[in-house]
Design a protein around this ligand. Structure first.
Ligand SMILES: *[C@@H]1O[C@H](CO)[C@@H](O)[C@H](O)[C@H]1NC(C)=O
Ligand SMILES: *[C@@H]1O[C@H](CO)[C@@H](O)[C@H](O)[C@H]1NC(C)=O
Ligand SMILES: *[C@@H]1O[C@H](CO)[C@@H](O)[C@H](O)[C@H]1NC(C)=O
Ligand SMILES: *[C@@H]1O[C@H](CO)[C@@H](O)[C@H](O)[C@H]1NC(C)=O
Ligand SMILES: *[C@@H]1O[C@H](CO)[C@@H](O)[C@H](O)[C@H]1NC(C)=O
Ligand SMILES: *[C@@H]1O[C@H](CO)[C@@H](O)[C@H](O)[C@H]1NC(C)=O
Length: 348
């Protein structure tokens, strides 16, 4: 069987950039000490929200002056925030995925005094939740070990409850998701691949497509969506891939960068205009990728010496990154790059 048929998309058209030389980005850096185990970050206006995995906390940081980050408020609870990982913001609320439970809902209307208002623990049956999406009265999370997407009614934040779920082999190692236009796009590290789940009827979500691949999606831990494109980080494949998802039933690969040196342990993707920011957990770096041509993404430069960074958010032209290893929030201003050489190869 040809690769083309086995993989189910026209590999011949996939462009893969191969790095010749990639410069370090020129950056200004600042940092702020925060409670232990900084994991994920989300930004809204002047405020960054950061989960503290080891400290069972959510910290809110004023980032209006990125060279002078200041803690605004925080909430800590061993009982209600056990192992906080991913988070999503919606209205007055922050939704926090919990590795050791399922979900916590935090009222952030007063950023000086955030308060946990509701929790949900389905971890006996659906363990290890690493990501959450929230849209109005619904939240969506995943169970990494039970290969399941959970749809949660959060219309009464004090009493979140599961109203729908779907499990499947293609959700094995499900670690990250984005929900857009009634489709939950889920990346799974173990299968590995990208799965589209139709959530238009929240009580009956169903899988509509799965793209599997070892070269570009192995250990797919992170996904971001902008327009018709999905951007996926492959942790084991040391890769960044762009897929056309305008037809959710049949996503198509467009371009990718596979680079064991500069994308070592690529963990997640944050897209901002023409650039993608890819924190590489094992490479201890952030790769900045030019995505202005989705068929030909190009590694622009790399921010080195970033310890334990899983996620990036953009605020005021800066890249914010929680550093798990240094219990801090880092802010980088990225100014220029020059002298990069680059070649691209078309696969046979
Ligand atoms: C970098 O940071 C330093 C110290 O805060 C500041 O003086 C300098 O203007 C910054 N560089 C740029 C290009 O903004
Ligand atoms: C952030 O800090 C700035 C400067 O101190 C202040 O003007 C602003 O009100 C603060 N924003 C929030 C949301 O607290
Ligand atoms: C959040 O807290 C504020 C202030 O206590 C309250 O007015 C608001 O109703 C709360 N929001 C939710 C969704 O619980
Ligand atoms: C999702 O399912 C609904 C209900 O079955 C259907 O109307 C809709 O077209 C589906 N969306 C996609 C993108 O498949
Ligand atoms: C994405 O797919 C749609 C539908 O097949 C197509 O019209 C569009 O041109 C594609 N975009 C790119 C950039 O390939
Ligand atoms: C990004 O790539 C496009 C071509 O695809 C190029 O025109 C543009 O200058 C690049 N941007 C940067 C910041 O390198």
């Amino acid at each position: 069987m040809s690769d083309e048929r086995r993989l189910g998309w026209p590999v011949a058209f996939l462009l893969v950039a191969v790095a010749a030389a990639v410069d370090d980005c020129v950056v200004n850096k600042s940092s702020l000490a925060i409670p232990a185990g900084a994991w994920a970050v989300q930004v809204r206006e002047d405020l960054a929200f950061v989960t503290g995995y080891l400290s069972n906390s959510l910290v809110i940081v004023n980032v209006s002056d990125p060279s002078n980050l200041v803690v605004t408020g925080s909430v800590q609870s061993d009982e209600n925030l056990p192992g906080p990982t991913g988070l999503a913001l919606s209205g007055d609320l922050a939704f926090v995925a919990l590795e050791l439970a399922t979900l916590a809902i935090v009222n952030i209307s007063d950023p000086k005094d955030p308060e946990v208002v509701g929790t949900l623990d389905e971890s006996a049956e659906y363990p290890y939740s690493y990501s959450v999406a929230a849209d109005g009265e619904l939240a969506y999370t995943l169970s990494y070990d039970a290969a399941t997407l959970l749809v949660i009614d959060v219309s009464t934040p004090r009493e979140p409850c599961v109203i729908g779920k779907v499990s499947g082999n293609s959700l094995k190692g499900a670690g990250d998701l984005v929900v857009i236009d009634d489709i939950a796009w889920v990346v799974s590290a173990d299968l590995p691949g990208l799965t589209a789940v139709n959530v238009s009827l929240p009580t009956e979500p169903f899988i509509i497509s799965t793209v599997q691949d070892m070269t570009y999606l192995d250990g797919a831990y992170g996904i971001s969506v902008q327009g018709n494109f999905a951007y996926v980080a492959g942790y084991y494949s040391h890769s960044f891939a762009i897929l056309n998802i305008s037809e959710p039933g049949a996503p198509v690969f467009l371009g990718a960068v596979v680079d064991k040196q500069h994308l070592y342990g690529a963990y997640s993707v944050t897209v901002d205009g023409d650039r993608a920011y890819v924190p590489c957990l094992d490479g201890k770096s952030i790769a900045i990728i030019n995505i202005s041509d989705p068929n030909r993404p190009e590694l622009e430069c790399v921010i080195p010496e970033v310890m334990g960074g899983r996620y990036v958010a953009k605020a005021r032209g800066h890249a914010l990154l929680p550093s798990y290893d240094s219990n801090s929030l880092l802010a980088f201003a990225h100014f220029e790059h020059s002298g990069m050489e680059w070649t691209s190869d078309i696969l046979p």
